[in-house]
Write a protein that binds this ligand. Structure first.
Ligand SMILES: Nc1ncnc2c1ncn2[C@@H]1O[C@H](COP(=O)(O)OP(=O)(O)O)[C@@H](O)[C@H]1O
Ligand SMILES: [Mg+2]
Length: 168
């Protein structure tokens, strides 16, 4: 195998999310497919559905171990941590003041050991991992529904992308 093939990424896919149920279904499929050190960057404006997608994913993965935790938005806490069969971190970096806080809250370590969802990932700056799943959420035409554009960067995303395609 060439270096090129090892580092090659899948092409992006656009998934229309017509309503809340679509967001929940796609989020659940994502949550079930994740492994440790999978980092999901959730971009999009306020109300685009970043928290809704992460909540669906975390809920589905916790169900695997019989847990029914509430999944609050981490807007004020910066990070919420869940123990499913693997650890899951859910961060909202909107209020991050200095990028050093990324290290203070231990996100760099979580990138290696947990599945991680990050809202407002532009705040990561230089701490952004090289291997990430970028999820860009946008409002649909006329403000109805949402569209998710999903772009894997780095190797090893095929199982996640396959699970997402199966859930469309
Ligand atoms: N596919 C969809 N179509 C319409 N509304 C949606 C869809 N998915 C989620 N929503 C709604 O949009 C809002 C998204 O809020 P939230 O997830 O908190 O956004 P963000 O975290 O991006 O600021 C919620 O009210 C949710 O019910
Ligand atoms: Mg949010």
């Amino acid at each position: 195998m060439t270096d090129d093939a090892i580092s090659s990424t899948e092409p992006p896919i656009a998934i229309p999310l017509g309503d809340d149920a679509d967001t929940t279904r796609i989020g659940a499929a994502l949550g079930r497919a994740l492994a440790r050190s999978d980092v999901v960057l959730l971009s999009g404006g306020i109300g685009a559905g970043k928290t809704a997608l992460a909540r669906a994913a975390i809920t589905a993965r916790l169900a695997r171990v019989g847990r029914t935790d509430d999944i609050p938005s981490p807007t004020f806490t910066l990070v919420q941590i869940y123990e499913a069969d693997i650890p899951i971190w859910h961060a909202d970096l909107y209020r991050l003041s200095v990028s050093d806080e990324v290290y203070e809250i231990g996100l760099d370590e979580a990138f290696e050991t947990a599945a991680v969802f990050i809202e407002w990932p532009d705040r990561l700056g230089a701490a952004t991992p090289a291997r990430v799943l970028k999820v860009e959420l946008d409002f649909g035409p006329k403000g109805e529904g949402r569209i998710a554009v999903i772009q894997p960067l780095g190797p090893g995303w095929a199982p996640v992308m396959d699970a997402l395609k199966d859930a469309i």
